[in-house]
Design a protein around this ligand. Structure first.
Ligand SMILES: [Zn+2]
Length: 67
C-alpha cells in the first residue's frame, strides 16, 4: 500500500470568496492585494481574483517578500 503524496490541500490558504475590486464582482479566488498609495485614491488594500491578478500583474500581499 503506497502512500501517494496528497496534493489536494495545496490550494492557496489565503484564497477566499469575496469582492474583486478590479472587475467589480464576486469571486472565489479572492486574495488580498497591497495597493500602493498613488495620491489619487483611498489607498490601502484591495482584493483581487486570480484572473485579475494575472491581467494586472498583481502580487498578493502574502506573496510579497519581507523587508
Ligand atoms: Zn477580478
Amino acid at each position: 500500500m503506497t502512500h501517494a503524496e496528497a496534493t489536494d490541500a495545496e490550494q492557496e490558504p489565503t484564497t477566499g470568496y469575496g469582492w474583486c475590486s478590479w472587475h467589480d464582482g464576486m469571486s472565489r479566488t479572492i486574495r488580498l492585494i497591497q495597493v500602493q498609495e498613488q495620491g489619487s485614491g483611498p489607498g490601502g488594500s484591495l482584493f483581487a481574483c486570480a484572473p485579475c491578478r494575472e491581467t494586472h500583474h498583481l502580487v498578493p500581499l502574502a506573496d510579497l517578500p519581507d523587508e
